[in-house]
Design a protein around this ligand. Sequence first.
Ligand SMILES: C[S@@+](CC[C@H](N)C(=O)[O-])C[C@H]1O[C@@H](n2cnc3c(N)ncnc32)[C@H](O)[C@@H]1O
Length: 267
Amino acid sequence: MRFDVITLFPELFAPHLEVGVTRRAYAGGSLQLKLWPLRDFAEGNYRRVDDRPFGGGPGMVMMAPPLERALSAVRGARAQEAGEGEGEGAAPRAPLIHFSPTGRKLDQALVRELAAGSGAVLLCGRYEGIDQRFLDRHVDLEVSLGDFVLSGGELPALALLDAVARLQPGVLQDAASHQQDSFEDGLLDCPHYSRPEQLPRADGGVDAVPDVLLSGHHGRIARWRRERSLEITARRRADLIEAARAAGRLSKEDERFLRSLKLDATP
Ligand SMILES: C[S@@+](CC[C@H](N)C(=O)[O-])C[C@H]1O[C@@H](n2cnc3c(N)ncnc32)[C@H](O)[C@@H]1O
């Protein structure tokens, strides 16, 4: 799977390639990342990529021409690598994803969709944003990291790449690990504990690991985890409980447990 990133700050991506589990996705070849510094496609002595907005107002806008040149270089390189044109009869054209607070919020469903595909071209905005004519012409999907404003699209691009990388086969040491993550089965994850069993507190007492986790009883541990997961989801994200219920993902036992919590969201 190949991702091409058009950015003014390619150096922001280096740590992602070099550390942690995501490094494995690149080293193992399941993910390829090609960075396209937008400045390389600017013209003139100053290599300008932005200009003032028509109509006035604060800030600068990323101009369309350098972006057109960058995108066409990306499309050309992808076509060459595939040994064919990206046009008719060729492999499907990689979608162009633009990061913007106005886009579809990034969630695990979208991550899974992208992780199962063959990659995408990621476009990172800066300043006030990108000339709308370029976006109208080329963008297939706008993605937001959340309801807040960052100074650029690089962090959202990294978030997307990281989430996609950890779903690649062989990246997580235990393949089952991501299956119990939040959102994988529509619920939030349960709490986790590790050594020591007794964690001393400042008041002289200890915080102990829940007994059931030390019992060695797999069935009871699984049920305890399921109930913690149901409880945290019901308390924090009642919308996810509703969605899980609508999708038929809650057992009778789950429903009984939810009723026992006596929260407003439970029927
Ligand atoms: C300062 S922001 C521009 C914000 C834009 N004027 C607005 O209010 O929607 C610069 C760039 O950062 C990126 N960005 C900022 N916040 C984002 C978010 N929540 N999700 C995705 N991208 C974001 C976008 O690429 C955007 O073009």
